[in-house]
Design a protein around this ligand. Structure first.
Ligand code: SF4
Length: 189
């Protein structure tokens, strides 16, 4: 995401990323960083318990919520770059894209889009559709025809439409509780 206070554009790594991982200025990091929460932490209703980032190997976040369109970014653990690529997660990504009229993008190395799920149901990959991922994946150009007509601010649409992950998972998974994982882990943009 973009960090206004640091003049950091979206889709670029932060200059304050520590080599060993994490934030090198934690404690004095900007307000935009402090207010960031991944989708798993935002609400019990948005994502299933199996999508707790340390368990599933990826983290979802919203690019922004005030103007249409927005992008849901899926950032994978560097040690598990293909963790997102399972039929059950693909169904949820496609369901989110349709429900929120946004693109859901698998992001490599924190900055380069690799796969995009569009609201139309199409799935684009940088390997096969390089024009959808300009600047070697640092941009995104999903065609306008692949979005639905509802172009309200994402925050309005999400509040009204919601999203029920339980309808997208097999009953055996959907009926499980949230387990013992908590929602208090630290996450930064
Ligand atoms: S929290 Fe992340 S984006 Fe913010 S200053 Fe630290 S490393 Fe940069």
């Amino acid at each position: 995401m973009a960090i206004r206070e640091l003049d950091k554009p979206a889709w670029t790594p932060c200059a304050h990323l520590a080599p060993e991982g994490g934030c090198s200025i934690w404690g004095t990091h900007p307000a935009s960083c402090r207010s960031f929460t991944c989708l798993w932490r935002r609400s019990d209703a948005l994502l299933p318990p199996q999508m707790f980032p340390p368990d599933c190997g990826f983290m979802l976040s919203l690019d922004q919520t005030e103007t249409w369109p927005t992008v849901v970014k899926v950032c994978c653990d560097a040690a598990r770059p293909d963790a997102w690529d399972q039929p059950r997660w693909r169904e949820i990504f496609a369901g989110l894209a349709e429900a929120w009229n946004c693109a859901v993008v698998i992001v490599e190395a924190g900055v380069r889009g690799a796969v995009a799920f569009a609201p139309s149901g199409k799935v684009f990959s940088r390997a096969e559709d390089p024009g959808i991922f300009p600047d070697e994946g640092r941009g995104l150009a999903v065609p306008a025809l692949d979005y639905g007509p509802d172009r309200r601010a994402p925050v309005e649409r999400i509040a009204e439409v919601g999203f029920s992950w339980k309808e997208l998972l097999p009953p055996s998974l959907a009926e499980r509780g949230r387990g013992t994982t908590g929602r208090g882990s630290r996450s930064g943009p």
